[in-house]
Design a protein around this ligand. Structure first.
Ligand SMILES: [Zn+2]
Length: 483
């Protein structure tokens, strides 16, 4: 079975990108399909990647002053319905429980698609005075959205995420919080996943159901499509209104708090795969790789690997482990080294360390980088000092490579013909003027499959004419076809 998993070729990216992605997910041992359509099983190797991501994201969330809590999976229908826009946005993809314990329920219960309803209705009980503010809570949970078209990690019926839900005294504080968490997502993507992102505001048609303003980070995938990789919403006072959150302010007047919510999910793993992978499989940035180094012992032509090579390989493993490096020794005796190389390349391990009888004699080993396959001989005595900096530069170079890709696939376009031509061929991010009319945005989507990914919130806004209709535009926006 292991033999099958590795030996079957994966579809080349250039031939069929979408099949390449699925092949990598399955053959790199990241995930499998569950019995209900659109549900995935995250396998141990994929879950280990998630754990590294989750641990670091959790640290960032706590460093910005938040604490974790957990709210129920089930939300009564009446509660979900209190915020009108919110329920309209989410009810098409809601899963409902109508029978419990063999009996029809008096009121249907939603399996949470997101937790604003349950959390805000709880906050209404908790918050009495301005001294109770701000409320800065995050939860790690699963959510369910009944999607029509699904793909592992990118769009699944059930997925894992974190969702932050905060309350503030003023609009300015809520806006500051919204942007702070957007920046946490941006920094996480770039520093951990080596995945550069655009950040900015969403248009009215793309904003979260019930939000005042939505902000997002957007990454560019290898096929020129954008992936929304994290969102942060200023919810205004809509949810405080709908769920009756009130408090006595500093002047003893009744007041409504401003709320925010923000989320990032296992979708980031899909972004990670598509940002760096190649035709040999996954390429993992060292910071999230379950194994940063894999040691492949090479058996002697005559004699026993157990005597000639393995003891030395174990020594090297102990040295690396002592240096805080996540290392795995592949001592499987049923496979040849060539098979093991292909297997670990497929799984995207950043560095391979080969050690054979000749190397043992010379007190050296061979290090091979996964990203560019550069090879170097390293004296065993200095292996730990070499590997650490090498992993750092690999992490850095993956980000630089991804940044170059974004730069090479971002175009400033002022003619609609050129816009259509690029969207029909190579795709990418197009920086163009847009009139801010929803109708025009819808037409552009219909004609080119592209949507406004973000409206930049930094830099100087230069006025111009809409790329499609010529109407007045206050600044250029980023368009792309999206996942
Ligand atoms: Zn227009």
């Amino acid at each position: 079975m292991e033999q099958d998993r590795v030996s079957k070729q994966i579809t080349p990216k250039a031939k069929d990108y979408s099949q390449w992605y699925l092949d990598v997910v399955l053959k790199a041992d990241m995930a499998d399909y569950g019995p209900v359509r659109g549900c995935m099983i995250i396998k141990p190797y994929g879950y280990a990647v998630w754990e590294h991501m989750q641990r670091d994201m959790d640290r960032r969330i706590k460093e910005t002053g938040h604490v974790n809590a957990y709210f129920p999976l089930f939300i009564p229908k009446s509660l979900l319905e209190r915020e009108k826009e919110h329920v309209e946005g989410f009810s098409p993809e809601c899963a409902w429980v109508t029978i419990g314990g063999g009996a029809e329920l008096e009121e249907p219960i939603a399996v949470r698609p997101t937790s604003e309803a349950i959390i805000c209705s709880t906050y209404a009980k908790w918050v009495r005075s301005w001294r109770d503010l701000p409320v800065l809570i995050n939860q790690w949970a699963n959510v369910v959205r009944w999607e029509k078209v699904t793909r592992p990690f990118l769009r699944t019926t059930e997925f894992l995420w974190q969702e932050g839900h905060t309350l503030h005294e003023t609009e300015a504080e809520a806006e500051e919080e919204t942007l702070r968490m957007l920046d946490v997502y941006r920094a996480f993507s770039e520093e951990m996943l080596a995945m550069p992102v655009l950040h900015g505001r969403k248009t009215e048609s793309e904003k979260f159901a019930g939000a005042l303003r939505t902000y997002a980070i957007e990454a560019l995938m290898g096929d020129g499509r954008a992936l929304q990789a994290g969102t942060s919403h200023n919810l205004g006072q809509h949810f405080a209104d709908a769920y009756g959150i009130e408090y006595l302010d500093r002047t003893q007047q009744r007041a409504k708090p401003w709320s925010t919510s923000w989320g990032s999910s296992t979708r980031l793993i899909g972004g990670l795969i598509m940002s760096h992978g190649d035709d040999a499989g996954l390429i993992l940035p060292p910071k999230v790789a379950p194994y940063q180094v894999v040691i492949v012992p090479i058996p002697p032509k005559k004699g026993d690997v157990n005597e000639a090579v393995l003891p030395k390989a174990r020594e090297v493993q102990a040295m690396l482990r002592a240096a805080g490096i996540r290392v795995h020794l592949d001592a499987r005796d049923q496979f040849q080294p060539g098979f093991k190389y292909a297997d670990w390349e497929m799984r995207g391990v950043p560095l391979r360390l080969e050690i054979g009888p000749k190397d043992v004699e010379k007190d050296q080993c061979v290090l091979v980088r996964r990203d560019n396959r550069e090879k170097q001989f390293v004296p065993l005595a200095s292996v730990a000092e070499t590997v650490g900096p090498l992993l750092d530069s690999l992490q850095r170079e993956l980000l630089e490579r991804a940044r170059r890709f974004v730069a090479e696939n971002t175009f400033r376009v002022s003619s609609y013909d050129e816009f259509k031509e690029i969207m029909a061929t190579r795709r990418g991010f197009l920086l163009s003027h847009w009139c801010e009319q929803a109708e025009c945005e819808a037409k552009i989507k219909e004609e080119t499959k592209a949507t406004v990914r973000v409206i930049p919130i930094e830099g100087e806004a230069v006025k111009g004419a809409c790329v499609r209709c010529g109407g007045a535009s206050s600044r250029e926006v980023y368009f792309a076809q999206a996942y």
